[in-house]
Design a protein around this ligand. Structure first.
Ligand SMILES: Cc1cc2nc3c(=O)[nH]c(=O)nc-3n(C[C@H](O)[C@H](O)[C@H](O)COP(=O)(O)O)c2cc1C
Length: 184
């Protein structure tokens, strides 16, 4: 089970990371989990070059090149994002745009997510759903939302959040087994 966990929050040990870690704690020992923290990477937004239209690859030489390799390697990609101005974090949005060239490459990979925030989180969900569906990924999980009730948030105020994150992890494992084990 090859799992890529993409942490999209600017805070490495914040609410989103707690939700992600709760979900990942449901994965079996044999799962190979690679973690990518976008806040530690140096990468630009998708620019004006359009080079991928002719080369079929992203030609921008920055840390996204390693993330592309991880995304291609993974059988399952789990995204974590805080809600920031009613949407995914800017780092995660940047990553999404930079996958424009990956036409078909993410097809049939399982996708899951956890998100945090306290209001206007629907757009965050929509952005994640649209990204996965556009890449023809298989949308898994249970839609785990962490409601944090203060400005910078404290997940401990939401007793259901971590429970939901665990449910998401369980569902992703269940879906993986359905697709990869039981079908073989
Ligand atoms: C710039 C910024 C914008 C935010 N916008 C929203 C928002 O639109 N809706 C919301 O519910 N929370 C918003 N928040 C709060 C975060 O989503 C919330 O505190 C989240 O749990 C932080 O996750 P983290 O601990 O992983 O950083 C915003 C936070 C920041 C820093």
């Amino acid at each position: 089970m090859k799992v890529l966990a993409i942490y999209g929050s600017p805070r490495k040990e914040g609410n989103t990371a707690k939700m992600m870690d709760a979900a990942l704690s449901e994965f079996p020992e044999e799962a190979e989990i690679h973690r990518v923290y976008l806040s530690e990477l140096n990468f630009s937004a998708c620019g004006p070059c359009r080079e991928c239209k002719t080369t079929g690859n992203c030609v921008i030489q920055d840390d996204m090149q390693q993330v592309y390799k991880e995304m291609l390697w993974a059988e399952m990609i789990v995204f974590g994002s805080p809600t920031q101005f009613s949407d995914v974090s800017s780092d995660l949005k940047k990553l999404m745009e930079r996958t424009w060239w990956m036409k078909g490459d993410l097809k049939n990979k399982i996708g899951g997510y956890v998100i945090t925030g306290r209001r206007y989180m629907e757009s965050t969900l929509n952005t994640l759903h649209a990204f996965m569906l556009r890449h023809r990924m298989i949308l898994g999980g249970s839609g785990a939302l962490g409601f944090t009730h203060t400005e910078m948030g404290n997940l401990d105020n939401d007793p259901l959040a971590l429970k939901d994150a665990h449910k998401t992890g369980k569902r992703l494992v269940e879906l993986y087994r359905f697709i990869y084990s039981e079908k073989k």
